[in-house]
Design a protein around this ligand. Structure first.
Ligand code: PAF
Length: 254
């Protein structure tokens, strides 16, 4: 049975209790709407640790538009079934008040990597991500935390934050899980209409191709995508595009 914990106080008491204090704790932070990408992180977490914790918290401070936040898929019943099936020990499921008692007065900034790629298009996004992950890691106190490489920039920023602030946690990245047609698994995929979903596969196809970034961008534009960026950095190719009002990101190793 996955035990649901809603308050910081309850988890902190448990974390210090005899049953958990000596245990190796693995943690997968999520915003819910769990898919096969999350499942791969959770399976790894369950297999590598004595105790597994998944959090579901749709973090409002990392969304640029309230509309996007409100539209973010919420599938709690299915999520719970998956957590039970994967034998997750604890679900940390706090509400806004619990996490943001300070009303976001205190924040974590990063000054370089967070300003480029997605950071250049989603102002304040990584400030919200880093702040909430800082809080979650501080609450859960895991030995290991797992992040998907689909959000590579996020993973690198979190890894850097943990080093900068001397967190005692190992940050473990896992490869992107893809649909049969190559589209990276994402909670946002279910927001795509049927036609859009079919056409979305052009994005990973072109990203993985031998073409130059300029050629890829041109082709995506001519196919009707709105391209935020296609950029190569440190041996990876990164991209972000819009299909209608759904924003998709992806990256591949070159
Ligand atoms: O990748 C996500 O789902 C979120 O950005 C995270 C890491 C759970 C923080 O809200």
């Amino acid at each position: 049975m996955t035990k649901i914990i809603r308050t910081v106080k309850e988890w902190k008491q448990l974390r210090k209790s005899k049953g958990l204090v000596e245990k190796r704790i693995g943690f997968v932070p999520t915003m819910g709407a769990l898919h096969k990408g999350h499942a791969s992180l959770i399976k790894k977490c369950v297999s590598e640790n004595d105790v597994s914790v998944v959090s579901i918290f749709v973090n409002p401070t990392q969304f640029n538009q309230t509309e996007d936040f409100e539209r973010y898929p919420k599938t709690l019943e299915d999520d719970l079934k998956l957590l039970e099936k994967l034998k997750v020990d604890f679900l940390f499921f706090p509400d806004y008040e619990e996490i943001y008692k300070d009303n976001f007065r205190y924040r974590i900034f990063e000054n370089e990597l967070s300003k480029i790629l997605c950071g250049a298009f989603r102002l304040g996004h990584f400030e919200g991500v880093l702040t909430v992950v800082f809080k979650l890691l501080n609450i859960i106190q895991p030995d290991r935390a797992y992040f998907g490489e689909k959000d590579y920039q996020q993973y690198k920023l979190i890894e850097g934050m943990c080093k900068a602030f001397f967190f005692d946690v190992e940050i473990i990245p896992l490869s992107t899980v893809r649909e049969a047609d190559g589209l990276a698994m994402s909670s946002r995929n279910i927001l795509l209409a049927k036609e859009e979903r079919i056409y979305a596969a052009n994005f990973p196809r072109l990203l993985m191709s031998e073409k130059s970034t300029e050629e890829i961008e041109k082709e995506l534009n001519s196919l009707g995508f709105k391209v935020d960026y296609i950029t190569e950095l440190n041996g990876r190719r990164f991209g972000a595009v819009h299909i209608g009002n759904v924003r998709l990101i992806d990256n591949v190793k070159l």
